[in-house]
Design a protein around this ligand. Structure first.
Ligand code: PAF
Length: 283
């Protein structure tokens, strides 16, 4: 497994692979890899000749009072996991490589970048779109893989790829969950024992919402949302950022739920903000 730290070397590596006629699958990450990441990486390994993983904690997607400085890191563990999955190369740039002094070019995500997570994290999706653009131009993949856990991120990136004409297929991989339903996330490491138990309320609330929609008993978005909200509020450690029911492609809020729809939520458990979602489709 090759470890590459500069953009120039990364481009040279990818250019060589492409001239050999081989396909490149790319999995961008911020490290602290868990089973969710590993299932995405395995999918890329299955579907491509070469798989490349980037590990970069991107400062531009964190707000001033967010967790950039304490974001979990596990360099040794990450390398061992990627090696065991037969990953071909890891791109490990540092902040100065990605954002050299005087850096000032950003991708701006209008519309859907400012709702849901974008409402409470104002520059978050601009930071994500900027770093993903830079990574795409550096790695030059055929396919790029993202987890459905960050549902809004997958919609923002798919739209950016269409609108900025990247010749890259975006593949969205299912959420991987712990036994009690909690979606795997690097930020779960912040939870203490009591919070970890409380955090299962997110997936319970999503399942409950899905059941309400599928049963056909409720169709009014506001009613379904208030039932989901009440369930989350029954957990004393939980405080809701948002609960919404949106269309899968444009994230539009509708008055009456029609399937397919996605229930998306962000909830703080103690000081840790967690996100999750569930796609509701009729059979
Ligand atoms: O989902 C993540 O881990 C990050 O947002 C990403 C896509 C690697 C960009 O920094």
């Amino acid at each position: 497994m090759q470890v590459i730290t500069t953009g120039k070397e990364m481009q040279a590596f990818s250019r060589k692979i492409r001239t050999e006629g081989k396909s490149i699958g790319f999995v961008p990450t911020m490290g602290a890899l868990h089973e969710g990441h590993l299932s995405i990486v395995s999918r890329s390994v299955e579907e491509n000749d070469i798989t490349l993983v980037s590990i970069f904690i991107n400062p531009t997607q964190f707000g001033p009072n967010e967790d950039f400085n304490k974001y979990p890191k596990d360099h040794k563990g990450d390398m061992e996991k990627l090696l065991s999955l037969n990953v071909d190369a890891v791109f490990l740039p540092d902040v100065a490589e990605m954002y050299p002094q005087g850096y000032s070019t950003f991708v701006y995500v209008g519309g859907i970048g400012g709702i849901l997570c974008g409402a409470s994290r104002p520059d978050h999706f601009n930071g994500v779109a900027t770093v993903v653009t830079k990574l795409f131009n550096t790695v030059m993949p055929d396919r790029a893989y993202f987890g459905q856990k960050d549902y809004q991120q997958t919609v923002v990136i798919s739209k950016m790829v269409r609108e900025l004409c990247f010749d890259i297929d975006i593949v969205v991989c299912p959420v991987v969950r712990e036994a009690d339903g909690l979606a795997m996330s690097s930020r779960n490491a912040y939870l203490n024992e009591e919070e970890r138990k409380a955090a299962s309320i997110l997936s319970k609330a999503l399942e409950y919402g899905k059941e309400l929609i599928m049963s056909g008993r409720e169709q009014q978005t506001s009613l379904i949302k208030s039932k989901i909200t009440a369930l989350i509020q029954s957990e004393p450690l939980a405080s809701i950022d948002y609960v919404e029911i949106v269309g899968p492609q444009y994230l539009e809020v509708v008055k009456e739920v029609k399937t397919p729809a996605v229930i998306v939520l962000a909830v703080k458990i103690g000081n840790t903000r967690l996100i999750d979602n569930i796609i509701v489709e009729s059979n």
